[in-house]
Design a protein around this ligand. Structure first.
Ligand SMILES: Cc1ncc(COP(=O)(O)O)c(C=O)c1O
Length: 150
């Protein structure tokens, strides 16, 4: 099952994990739009068997080109991901054990994401401040909703 967290709002992972466990399904969190978001005090990118986020410039934590990250607590999945991003490498990069990709994060993009990550909490707070101002300004227009849950 692929759950997509939209507009910074993680999906209902208690319920989804329950369904996946009952049916033996793999749960992947698509956190491309929710980096920095929280569900019941737990950060986005920490749910399911694995999670993926995007560092595309339009995303909450964006680089200046293309980039992304996969998160997992499972050692077996981490090993497969490391292999996939370097042409399906095995023991070393010339030992190819599966069909993979050339999907390493470019060094320049990594440097940009690391620098932006340091100021990310402050940036998130500023975004929330702007969002609250929109919510207040639009409050007299009940047909305009600023939050899908409220
Ligand atoms: C929810 C969601 N998932 C996945 C993606 C894809 O991200 P990327 O372009 O880095 O592959 C996007 C980007 O538009 C997205 O909004």
């Amino acid at each position: 099952m692929i759950a997509v967290d939209l507009y910074g709002l993680p999906a209902d992972y208690d319920r989804l994990q329950e369904l996946c466990t009952a049916d033996g399904l793999f749960l992947l969190e698509d956190a491309a739009q929710s980096f920095g978001g929280e569900y019941k005090g737990r950060k986005a990118c920490s749910f399911g068997d694995a999670a993926a986020t995007s560092f595309f410039p339009a995303k909450p934590l964006g680089c200046y080109g293309d980039g992304g990250m996969v998160f997992t607590n499972r050692d077996d999945l981490a090993e497969i991901c490391r292999s996939l991003l370097v042409h399906g490498k095995g023991k070393d990069k010339y030992d190819n054990v599966r069909i993979g990709l050339n999907a390493r994060l470019d060094t320049l993009q990594a440097a940009i994401v690391l620098a932006k990550f340091e100021v990310f909490p402050d940036e998130l707070e500023k975004r929330q401040h702007v969002a609250r101002r929109y919510t207040e300004a639009l409050a007299p227009h009940p047909h305009l909703l600023t939050s899908p849950r409220g």
